[in-house]
Each structure stands twice: as C-alpha cells, then as structure tokens.
Design a protein around this ligand. Structure first.
Ligand code: DQA
Length: 144
C-alpha cells in the first residue's frame, strides 16, 4: 500500500513556530517519525509539504491512480479551502485529516474544517502520534 502524506502552510516551520502549541521538534523530525511509522506498518509513503493552496490541489490530483490513501494536515487551509476539499472529493482516495494541536479547543475560526466532510477519519491534538494513528487507521480501512 502507498500513502501520500501532505502537510500544509507553516508546518515547515515546526520547532520554531509557536512551540507551546506545536512542540519543539522540527519538520525533518516529523518526516522521520512518519517514515518510521510507515515502515513499521509495512506502508510505502511519500511526504509533500507546501505553503501554496494550488500546489496542494495539484499534488492531490496527481495522486490519482498512484496512491491508495492520503493523510493530510492542511494547516490553515483546513479552515478556508473549498479547493482542497473539492480535490479530495474529485480523486475519491480515502483520506484522513490530522492536526497536531487540538483545534476543537482553540479559536472560533479553527472550528470549521472544510476537508472533514471528505475524510474517513480525523485525529487532533495527538502531536506527531496523530500521523501514526492515521497511517494505521488507513491501512485497516483499506484492508476491509
Ligand atoms: C494545525 C491547526 C491549524 O489551525 C493551523 O492553522 C495549523 C496547524 C495543526 O496541526 O494543529 O497551521 O493544522
């Protein structure tokens, strides 16, 4: 099984960015964690990060016929992007939404997630562990 892992804007700033919310570990540490989690689960992964909405839409479109599942943390685009929602709907690839922080306990504007309606599962507030849970969930989901 092959999964595409997508991280949205400012996640490349992990470790520097608001460490009290997002933790002290940097983006390369997140990628190492994801790759190790995937290897242990016997899943092949590719990781993609972009600060640009259209680049994320392009990547989701390119996933068609290539990846079995998508794990996405759209970051701020979670709360604004109909285009990313539509891209996930267009490819119909089972997708899991992940957030490092517990968005449900944060500002009002973070309470809307456009992408959630196209996702088979959401993990929030688990830090890096959310990505591991998402990979394991997708593996089980696709095996059924
Ligand atoms: C985030 C939560 C979003 O509200 C925020 O804009 C992010 C990161 C998270 O992982 O907790 O950039 O998706």
């Amino acid at each position: 099984m092959k999964f595409l892992i997508i991280n949205g804007p400012n996640l490349n700033m992990l470790g520097i960015r608001e460490p009290s919310i997002y933790g002290a570990q940097d983006y390369p540490a997140l990628i190492r964690f994801i790759e190790k989690s995937a290897e242990e689960a016997g899943i092949e992964v590719s990781c993609f990060q972009s600060n640009h909405e259209g680049a994320i839409v392009d990547e989701i479109q390119k996933a068609l016929g290539v990846y079995d599942g998508i794990v996405i943390n759209p970051a701020a685009y979670t709360h604004t992007s109909v285009a990313i929602l539509d891209a996930v709907k267009a490819v119909s690839i089972p997708t899991v939404e992940v957030h490092l922080s517990d968005v449900s306990k944060r500002e009002d504007f973070r309470q809307i997630s456009y992408i959630r309606q196209a996702c088979v599962k959401t993990y929030t507030g688990l830090g890096f562990e959310g990505y591991r849970q998402a990979i394991l969930f997708l593996k089980e989901y696709l095996a059924k």
